[in-house]
Design a protein around this ligand. Structure first.
Ligand SMILES: NC(=O)c1ccc[n+]([C@@H]2O[C@H](COP(=O)([O-])OP(=O)(O)OC[C@H]3O[C@@H](n4cnc5c(N)ncnc54)[C@H](OP(=O)(O)O)[C@@H]3O)[C@@H](O)[C@H]2O)c1
Length: 276
């Protein structure tokens, strides 16, 4: 198994859970990985030749492609998320490797919610547009691919995920935390998402697949639940509504019934995960 973005929050968990059953090569771009039992390689997915060379050398049965730029990590969405994904997908197709590509609920416009795999994508922001274009590049490559759309990722091992850390940092700086009360998502625990991806690696399913937690909640409810879990009850945390006219997907909840039928891995929602 080749895991791109193995130094990232999700990629590290995929490598950790897979290493018992697969020979795992994991890549990093700037932060060398720290997991034993995994072959670590530096890779910039924007470099098509480097991607092809690593895929040819490691000859993977499956590539789990988690490397990406997320919102707040710079503006190079086109080169990393679109061109980088096309490079990975084309290399997978050339090597006849199965590809599991990570996408997002932000490919939808959030006008309706409960999105199923075959609903048309209509992203509203640059990140969503780049991930939708990346999905198209995967399809065009002809690789045997699963396009996994997921929601907000959270967790606390080995570090606290960005979903909670940004609020903790803001409160430490004595800043207000404002959370959308009318933006609905299906947050997913990183450990269950990674387990689902490792299970998917061994299956034949191809096509889009929605893998998210089975509980819908607003960004406000999610934030408050995470802060309580981390025993942080101090500080001003406000529920605010998305301003009218602002282009922001309001309800990106995902219908996960296909994943439920396909996978044995449970996909618990936030309340169940945080209550242990
Ligand atoms: N986090 C969420 O809530 C969320 C929600 C929906 C979908 N997703 C998707 O899930 C996937 C994983 O997200 P994550 O939160 O685990 O991401 P993350 O923690 O930010 O990790 C991103 C990874 O991508 C690597 N990377 C960045 N630029 C690269 C480049 N040019 N070449 C090669 N590698 C590069 C990073 O390497 P270095 O750290 O070594 O630089 C890191 O390993 C992404 O595809 C993301 O779009 C995430």
């Amino acid at each position: 198994m080749l895991v791109t973005g193995g130094s990232g929050y999700l990629g590290r968990w995929v490598a950790e859970l897979a290493r018992g059953g697969w020979d795992v090569t994991a890549t990093y771009a700037t932060n060398p990985g720290d997991l034993d039992g995994v072959e670590w390689r530096q890779l910039d997915i924007r470099d098509a030749d480097a991607v092809s060379a690593l895929v040819a050398e490691s000859s993977p049965d499956v590539i789990v492609h988690t490397a990406a730029l997320n919102p707040g990590q710079g503006n190079d969405f086109e080169a990393v998320n679109i061109t980088g994904t096309a490079n990975v997908a084309n290399a997978a197709a050339a090597a006849d490797a199965r590809l599991i590509h990570m996408s997002t609920d932000m490919v939808f416009d959030g006008q309706r919610g409960d999105y199923r795999e075959d609903d048309p994508v209509r992203p509203l922001n640059d990140y969503g547009r780049s991930k939708a274009a990346a999905e198209a590049a995967v399809t065009e490559s002809g690789a045997r691919a699963v396009i996994v759309r997921t929601s907000l990722i959270y967790g606390w091992r080995p570090t606290v995920a960005r979903a909670a850390q940004w609020m903790i940092d803001a409160l430490d700086r004595r800043e207000f935390v404002r959370l959308w009360s009318d933006e609905m998502r299906c947050p997913i625990w990183v450990e269950s998402l990674a387990a689902a991806l490792v299970e998917l690696a061994g299956l034949d399913y191809t096509g889009p697949l929605h893998v998210a937690g089975d509980e819908k909640m607003s960004r406000y409810e999610f934030g408050v639940a995470l802060l309580r879990f981390h025993h942080i009850d101090r500080g001003p945390v406000f529920a605010v509504e998305v301003p009218r006219g602002r282009l922001r997907p309001r309800d990106c909840t995902l219908d996960i019934s296909r994943a439920r039928e396909l996978l044995e891995t449970p996909l618990p929602g936030v309340t169940r995960v945080l209550s242990g």
